[in-house]
Design a protein around this ligand. Structure first.
Ligand SMILES: [Zn+2]
Length: 132
């Protein structure tokens, strides 16, 4: 790399730091999917263990539930999983229940794996989306 005066290097650093990027660290109250906002509801352990699911999509109620104890990649995977159920519902894909679960599981696990294996990808996609 060619020599650059310090001020130029600082300028480059500043430009890199002000790249558009929303870095929300808290879970949003709701997620807009298609025409509707879906409320994100944290489940207590007792509710979660009753149906042995880490998450659930309630189409009519407009709710996506998730367990309080799940964290990290598993939690992200659960949210992606339930969002895919919502997409199938919102875009009237009308899949057989068993087929829907297979499709949602495969896509959620596949997407999660891609994001885990390519940690810079999500930031890149986020910036491209913010560019409009
Ligand atoms: Zn499912």
């Amino acid at each position: 790399m060619a020599f650059l005066p310090l001020i130029k290097l600082l300028d480059i650093n500043m430009k890199q730091k002000i790249k558009p990027c929303y870095c929300e660290e808290d879970i949003p109250e709701s997620i807009k999917i298609g025409y509707r906002d879906y409320k994100l509801e944290k489940w207590k352990q007792t509710v979660a263990s009753a149906n042995e699911a880490q998450g659930q999509f309630f189409a009519k109620e407009g709710v996506i539930g998730y367990t309080a104890d799940e964290t990290g990649v598993s939690h992200a995977n659960t949210l992606i999983h339930e969002m895919l159920h919502a997409i199938i519902y919102q875009w009237n894909m009308e899949l057989d229940e068993k087929v829907e679960e297979l499709v949602v599981n495969g896509l959620a696990n596949g997407l999660t794996t891609i994001f885990v294996d390519n940690p810079k990808l999500m930031g890149y996609l986020k910036n491209k989306i913010l560019e409009g």
